[in-house]
Design a protein around this ligand. Structure first.
Ligand code: PLP
Length: 394
């Protein structure tokens, strides 16, 4: 085996995919069935309604058998035309990847560069939109939660800016690692296009992604001339499911039905959010404690922007994050996320989203603290105690 056989569960603390609740796993264990079977269609229709409740929208929803990248692509090719100008506030690896995709699809992209650790200042976005008096910018694409940096971008403030400067650009939001973790309100915040995926806050296996689309986005879709087929919303509207060009991932919908029951009926969305906030606060308390003795520190330097779904931890100079991750995995059966892009080796990430509770967080933090010691990384011992104190007082 690649590593010694470990008893007990793998503690999975990656920021996506995430832990899948047993009842969701069991719900997906179904024989194949026709995706036009009336019994499935009833489940499917209920899932669409439930997912709209999580997105807080009454508008359109299109789904794809694809990971989040598919929904990213769908958002662009359905509403824009070759050569259109999009503005992307930089948040980190994922804003840059969406920008790279937009360029590859023939769009003109302005990436508003920003400090990944502090998060972009809203004034920069305002300045860029106010300066665009000819309304050349057709869409502003925001990553609501930057999974690589552990930061969030207040999408609702971007809407306020668009309104204030009377700019008609579409507002797009990537909610891949925020949806079902902390608040997102598609309709109330005037988000025209939002992008989500199955494998994070929704606690499902990877395998489908989706796009919410406002009436304004649908009007842009009708005017858009971008070549497309698999992701074409008009193609989808002609089908019974009003989504999916091709085979529908039927079993995932049985999982989604159960995940929605857990989130909306059993726990309640507001409680889901407060659980994420509580766990995130404890992780930050732990990392802040470790930072004593020149230890690892929070990558996010702006507490207002700290993410409730993932914490990126910056290693002290000269210490390799991959060494810590390797020890945590091989010795303690705890999987954490690595640093992406320019943060490779410098950062490791603790995912605290999805199906997770206090002992799971404490177990992960305990293993990471041991791994720091074994890797010879300086830190103030007692981070787990700081997390316990935080949880006990929340
Ligand atoms: N956007 C964000 C914020 C993400 O975290 C990810 C994946 O982690 C993606 C986009 C890309 O999604 P996928 O890997 O499902 O294609």
């Amino acid at each position: 085996p690649a590593r010694p056989v470990a008893r007990g569960r793998l503690f999975f603390a990656n920021p996506g995919p995430t832990n899948i609740p047993d009842s969701v796993l069991l719900a997906t264990a179904r024989a194949s069935m026709d995706f036009n079977d009336p019994a499935f269609l009833a489940v499917y229709d209920a899932c669409v309604e439930g997912l709209k409740k999580v997105l807080k929208t009454k508008q359109h929803l299109f789904m794809y058998t694809a990971s989040g990248h598919g929904a990213w692509e769908a958002s662009l090719v359905n509403t824009l035309s070759s050569g259109d100008h999009v503005l992307i506030p930089e948040t980190g690896h994922f804003s840059d990847s969406w920008a790279k995709m937009a360029k590859a699809l023939g769009l003109r992209v302005t990436l508003l560069e920003a400090d990944w650790r502090r998060g972009i200042e809203m004034a920069r976005i305002r300045e860029a939109l106010a300066a665009d008096t000819s309304h050349d910018i057709k869409a502003v694409c925001c990553v609501h939660n930057e999974t690589a940096a552990g930061t969030r971008l207040p999408v609702e403030q971007v809407r306020a800016i668009l309104d204030e400067v009377k700019h008609p650009a579409l507002l797009m939001a990537d909610t891949i690692s925020s949806l079902g973790c902390f608040d997102f309100r598609m309709d109330e915040w005037g988000v025209d296009v939002c992008v989500g995926g199955s494998q994070k806050g929704l606690m499902l296996p990877t395998g489908f992604s989706f796009t919410g689309a406002s009436e304004k986005a649908m009007a842009a879709h009708r005017a858009s001339k971008h070549p497309r087929h698999y992701f074409d919303w008009t193609e989808m509207l002609a089908r019974r499911q009003k989504s999916f060009v091709g085979t529908v991932p039927v079993t995932l919908f049985y999982g989604l039905q159960e995940a929605l029951r857990l989130m909306l009926d059993e726990e309640g969305l507001d409680n889901v959010f407060s659980r994420h906030a509580r766990l995130a606060k404890a992780v930050r308390a732990c990392v802040n404690h470790w930072s004593g003795n020149n230890g690892p520190q929070l990558f996010c330097q702006n507490p207002e922007r700290a993410s409730d779904s993932v914490t990126a931890v910056l290693m002290p100079e000269g210490h390799d994050a991959e060494k810590v991750r390797k020890i945590a995995l091989e010795r303690f059966n705890v999987s954490t996320g690595g640093g992406l892009n320019k943060l490779g080796g410098k950062v490791f990430r603790i995912g605290h989203l999805g199906d997770l509770n206090e002992p799971m967080i404490l177990g992960t933090l305990g293993a990471v603290e041991m791994a720091l010691s074994l890797a010879g990384v300086p830190h103030a011992k007692g981070g787990v105690q700081a997390a316990m104190d935080s949880l006990a007082s929340s």
